[in-house]
Design a protein around this ligand. Structure first.
Ligand SMILES: Cc1cc2nc3c(=O)[nH]c(=O)nc-3n(C[C@H](O)[C@H](O)[C@H](O)COP(=O)(O)O)c2cc1C
Length: 326
């Protein structure tokens, strides 16, 4: 099999297996509105030949915003901006799904002082100490995710991706470093993934059975080659992945360690993790990280190790990347 094989996820047909992963442009205005620069960037990305674009993280509530120029999907007023963006991308026959996110306590500490999280523990990256979510706050959160997913659908996106990686709120719930709750949302892996599974079922009930839902899952708090891993382990994450019934695709990335190692770790550095997740689920798996050669992508697809491959910086830095490699 090569990258040219099409792929079907629910009612979404991808013309090939290459996905542009979510990459924050930080070009929205201070109200989170999409600017002409953002439109121009995604128009360019829609001509790269990828099978799917996953739009960058959008905050679902003002308290869940991580940076001043992050894109917003927190209000119905955002729908018109997003509709313009989906039309521009669809004009070039490229499907696009939208990533929705709550930053929890992983906000730019220099800008945002208040935050929420699973427990009152300093965030390992931002240093912010959040207010621990009460049960009624968890109910509100589920509603914010659902309302955002409905807006995504109304704006014409081909699917939605729930951000549960990179130390943001849902990743904080998965991790024992930030989640030390004593109720049924903390402790065992089953409890730590509970909020995510509840959000998934509620989003599903609002968007319908045929609408693709991706989950970007931070599957470990440390990179695969770390000697003394701590925090969320890949073994716990594999158990969690096995019960994400409502997800249509698992998009593998890091937890507190983020998406990119500090030194060059080679192409497909999350492959050992992706394989562990694949062994524990029947869902399609998307692997991203470090790809610079299409031949490496093909060798992974040909061995059926994963279903889809994300190529971010190579394509963002050179929109002709895919065409030049043909
Ligand atoms: C500038 C930049 C912004 C990013 N923003 C996001 C984001 O909004 N959401 C997300 O899940 N990952 C984000 N990522 C991580 C990418 O999706 C991807 O996992 C990472 O860049 C590794 O893939 P690559 O080596 O192909 O670039 C970002 C990465 C970069 C370089």
């Amino acid at each position: 099999m090569t990258w040219k094989e099409p792929f079907l996820i629910k009612n979404l047909t991808l013309r090939n297996r290459i996905v542009l992963p979510p990459m924050a442009t930080e070009k929205s205005n201070h109200s989170g509105n999409i600017t002409s620069q953002v439109l121009e960037y995604y128009r360019k990305m829609s001509l790269t030949g990828v099978g799917l674009i996953i739009l960058e993280h959008n905050y679902i509530h003002p308290m869940g915003r991580c940076s001043p120029n992050q894109m917003s999907i927190q209000s119905d007023l955002d729908i018109a901006f997003h509709s313009e963006l989906t039309s521009a991308i669809h004009e070039n026959n490229t499907p696009v799904i939208c990533q929705i996110s709550h930053a929890g306590s992983n906000r730019l500490a220099a800008v945002f002082h208040e935050s929420i999280g699973p427990s009152e523990i300093p965030h390992p990256v931002s240093g912010l100490i959040p207010t621990a979510c009460t049960r009624s706050m968890l109910e509100e959160l589920k509603n914010f995710f659902c309302q955002a997913a409905i807006r995504v659908q109304k704006a014409g996106y081909d699917g939605v991706e729930i951000h549960s990686a990179h130390g943001y709120l849902l990743s904080q719930f998965l991790s024992p470093l930030t989640n030390q709750r004593k109720d049924e949302y903390g402790g065992s892996w089953k409890n730590r993934v509970r909020l995510l599974t509840e959000i998934l079922s509620e989003v599903r009930s609002h968007v319908g059975n045929e609408y693709p839902i991706f989950v970007r899952m931070g599957v470990s708090d440390t990179m695969p080659f770390t000697k003394e891993p701590n925090g969320l382990t890949i073994d716990d994450a594999a158990c969690m992945a096995g019960i994400l019934e409502e997800a249509d695709c698992l998009d593998i990335s890091g937890g507190m360690c983020g998406s990119r190692p500090s030194t060059d770790a080679g192409e497909g550095y999350f492959l050992p993790f992706a394989q562990k997740i694949r062994a524990s689920t029947t869902k399609p798996v998307l692997l991203t990280g470090g790809f610079v050669n299409l031949s490496t992508v093909d060798s992974i697809l040909d061995r059926h190790l994963v279903d889809l491959i994300g190529v971010g910086r190579s394509i963002a830095n050179n929109p002709n990347w895919l065409k030049q490699q043909n």
